[in-house]
Design a protein. Structure first.
Length: 273
């Protein structure tokens, strides 16, 4: 009787002080917050005071918050950078029934747009940026088609047009980079690109002028990333005939004008410089 009696809360807090939270890990944090006595302390002094008095707790909380922020950032980056895909009922979705075969160089001539495919064995494995021509070389392959039709020359292949892009750091697959590549490279290949509107009237007028028409396409249409198709003709049903470097199937079908205007990010007529 009369002996000093320590306050239970103070005593428990003192005892816990000898078992500090060792590392700011999720396991340690979970163990800490499931300790009943910690909840008693939290109710007594408040979160701010508790964090100040337990440095390890503050580190653990910071680690958990940082981890959550990094997770959110990673998810946002994935949504922004992941290639787009077309809906299942989209006119751009096609099944490749056979391996694409490019028009042989012996048949290239002025006034005719050859069908060239980026996956052609002659150049498909050529490095292109962080990938290869087969996977990401729509723009240089399309420009090669226009070059042949305008000049009639067979002295250059998609490899030459891809090398120009690599030399000028313009191999990324975004719309802006593809547009920059086309407009900046044209002069070095003896070509002039004239930008036109992407409406049906402008497309029709350009096509009947018998010049190649390059259409930069939005991601998720003709390709998961920005690409380029070459408009060639208008058939008897008033549909567009084109050359798609990514697909022989899409090259072999005709297209409504709306399909092209809906996919177009930029359109260029191609002439000799």
């Amino acid at each position: 009787a009369g002996a000093f009696q320590a306050d239970p809360f103070i005593a428990a807090r003192a005892r816990r002080g000898t078992y500090a939270l060792d590392a700011p890990s999720w396991r340690a944090f979970r163990s800490y917050v499931t300790d009943r006595s910690n909840f008693d302390e939290l109710r007594a002094v408040g979160l701010a005071a508790m964090v100040r008095s337990h440095r390890s707790l503050s580190l653990a909380l910071a680690a958990v918050i940082l981890g959550a922020l990094l997770t959110v950032a990673a998810m946002a980056a994935y949504l922004l950078l992941a290639p787009a895909t077309a809906d299942a009922d989209s006119p751009y979705v096609t099944a490749e029934v056979s391996k694409p075969v490019s028009t042989p160089a012996s048949q290239w001539k002025a006034g005719e747009i050859p069908s060239l495919y980026q996956s052609d064995a002659a150049w498909g494995a050529t490095p292109y940026g962080q990938s290869t021509l087969a996977d990401a070389g729509g723009a240089p392959t399309a420009l090669a088609m226009a070059y042949v039709a305008v000049t009639g020359q067979a002295d250059r292949t998609p490899v030459d047009f891809a090398q120009w892009a690599a030399d000028h750091d313009l191999t990324a697959s975004g719309v802006d980079t593809v547009r920059a590549y086309l407009t900046q490279s044209a002069a070095d290949f003896g070509l002039t690109l004239n930008p036109i509107a992407s409406d049906a009237h402008s497309l029709r007028r350009a096509i009947v002028s018998n010049v190649p028409v390059l259409v930069v396409t939005e991601p998720g249409t003709f390709s998961p990333v920005a690409s380029v198709v070459v408009l060639d003709d208008i058939d008897r049903d008033s549909r567009i005939v084109l050359h798609d470097p990514t697909s022989a199937t899409r090259t072999g079908k005709s297209w409504d004008f709306d399909d092209i205007t809906d996919a177009a990010a930029a359109v260029y007529e191609v002439y000799a410089a």
